[in-house]
Ligand binder design. Structure first.
Ligand code: CMP
Length: 138
């Protein structure tokens, strides 16, 4: 199993001042932060990141939300990182996220759902390189 996953603290989490608590939650769950930055996405960059969702009905709202304020992408490291992190964040729809998960604690809606988590090792690699192309060892 792969050792990295890519998360993004989404605009709702940053704007609501939840960044510190969510980072602490991630560290307490045993992940190491390999890379992290705070950036404002433009439409083009957000659209390219979510390219696989381009034909989905929610694509426009997704890009609009993800460009509404700064975000914090991070590369996280742990054994079995992708699956373990998806446990830690909970279901995409926060009303379905298990108690104690990051989305259960901090998310408000399916768009404003606090955090992103890669869904496969392949995407973890692609998404990590997308935000941190300078990290040669990833
Ligand atoms: P994430 O998994 O980070 O990446 C795609 C995002 O699209 C997802 O989080 C949700 O925030 C958003 N989204 C909005 N509507 C839907 C939907 N119906 N199904 C899946 N994702 C959705």
């Amino acid at each position: 199993m792969g050792k990295i996953t890519l998360t993004i603290l989404k605009p709702d989490a940053v704007a609501n001042g939840h960044t510190g608590k969510i980072i602490d939650h991630i560290l307490q769950a045993g992940f190491k932060i390999r890379a992290m930055k705070l950036i404002q996405l433009d439409e083009n960059t957000a659209g390219n990141f979510y390219d696989i969702h381009r034909e989905r009905p929610f694509f426009k709202d997704l890009v609009s939300f993800m460009t509404s304020g700064p975000v914090v992408p991070m590369v996280l490291e742990k054994e079995n990182a992708v699956a373990d992190f998806r446990e830690v964040i909970g279901a995409t729809d926060p009303t379905k996220a298990a108690p104690g998960t990051i989305r259960n604690l901090y998310a408000k809606s399916i768009d404003a759902n606090a955090v992103h988590g890669s869904d496969s090792d392949e995407n973890a690699l692609r998404e990590s390189r997308f935000f941190f192309s300078e990290l040669e060892e990833i």
